[in-house]
Design a protein around this ligand. Structure first.
Ligand SMILES: *Cc1c(COP(=O)(O)O)cnc(C)c1O
Length: 359
């Protein structure tokens, strides 16, 4: 289906920020996409309008009961001046799954991808052109419905906003570094049966306390353990976690409490293509720490759209430091980063068919 969205251009375009000082999520572009949902009518009236504040009733459902879902993706400028998206169909599918869990009406995958393309195209001169930078895309759904009753809303807004960003972890735009990760034993992120596999706001508000405390311990992020036994490794902050022990790469299977990352899936597919042994299964924290102690834990890294590949240099557990690869970025982490980032930015030929969408 061919979707067309009317565009209302801003009459007061903003000055573009200095592309070497973007930070993450500090600046937003001139326009946004918005589409309404009304029960009986479905999703309708997708349109591009000037970026600006929303008018929400204080009793809007989303503000009280967090009925919302979101996505995170990026657009990259290629050396030819074109714009690349990376596997947007995967985000479209995941949003549908998040919506199902949160009783939010699903959005057709083609409609989602068409909306992302339309808003990126409207603000394509905002895609920054400095190494490591990109245009972060944040599609999200909220409900403006006025109701204090705890039941699914009948009215929603699907909105897409865009933010030119630097690398997620400061410094990683110049050179990758091994981050320090706090193994969290008390707080949990998500339990099986809950919303861990969905991208929804509530998952993140409940994780902030752990990352705040990890930072007080001199760590950048948290390694989450499973909610029931606190024995299995699950995710790193808002990224998926990988461990190379001996010659096998391990990542947690999608148990229901794991967010199915697009970068996770891409990493697994690339590793398999390159001939690595990859195992998706539940991984005991004790396996990882024993391997770190005896030197068989060769590398560990986190994957996510925001950071791409973020090597882990050290795990901190019960006051003991477990360095990985002496804190030095491993060859495989670096190769994965170079390949994924290279494909995304169009510096290298895509190794996988259909992953890169050029516009
Ligand atoms: C978004 C997210 C990821 C990474 O997913 P990508 O699709 O690779 O960006 C991993 N874990 C959590 C909890 C997330 O929210």
């Amino acid at each position: 289906m061919d979707y067309k969205f009317p565009v209302t251009r801003t009459t007061t375009p903003k000055a573009k920020p200095d592309p070497t000082k973007l930070g993450f999520g500090k600046y937003y572009t001139d326009h946004m996409f918005i589409m309404d949902y009304d029960e009986g009518e479905g999703w309708h009236d997708g349109r591009i309008v000037p970026y600006g504040p929303l008018s929400l009733d204080p009793a809007a459902v989303t503000l009280h009961y967090a009925q919302m879902s979101f996505e995170g993706m990026k657009a990259y400028l290629t050396p030819e001046g074109k714009v690349n998206l990376f596997r947007p169909d995967m985000n479209a599918k995941r949003l549908r799954n998040s919506n199902k869990r949160l009783c939010i009406p699903e959005i057709d995958e083609d409609l989602f991808v068409a909306a992302v393309k339309a808003i990126v195209d409207a603000d394509r001169d905002w895609v920054p052109n400095v190494q490591g930078t990109s245009l972060y895309i944040r599609p999200f759904i909220i409900s403006p419905e006025v109701s204090m009753a705890v039941h699914p809303a009948t009215k929603y807004w699907f909105i897409i906003i865009l933010s030119p960003v630097a690398a997620y972890y400061e410094g990683n735009d110049k050179e990758l570094h091994g981050s320090k990760i706090w193994v969290e034993e008390g707080y949990i992120r998500a339990a099986v049966g809950g919303t861990g596999f969905a991208k929804c706001g509530g998952n993140y508000s409940c994780g902030m306390i752990a990352s705040t405390e990890a930072q007080k311990q001199g760590c950048e992020e948290v390694l989450w353990l499973d909610a029931k036994e606190h024995k299995y490794v699950e995710e790193v902050g808002t990224s998926n976690a990988f461990f190379m022990i001996g010659d096998t790469v391990y990542t947690s299977s999608l148990t229901g409490s794991i967010l199915p990352g697009v970068t996770r899936d891409s990493t697994i597919q690339l590793l398999k293509k390159w001939g690595y042994k990859v195992e998706e299964r539940r991984i005991l924290l004790s396996e990882v720490l024993d391997a770190a102690a005896d030197g068989s834990l060769k590398e560990a890294w986190a994957t996510g759209t925001a950071c791409v590949i973020s090597p882990i240099g050290l795990l901190k557990f019960r006051g003991t430091d477990y360095p990985i690869n002496n804190g030095v970025v491993g060859d495989l982490s670096q190769k994965l980063y170079d390949t994924l980032y290279g494909m995304q930015t169009g510096i290298i030929e895509p190794e996988m068919e259909g992953w890169v969408v050029t516009m």
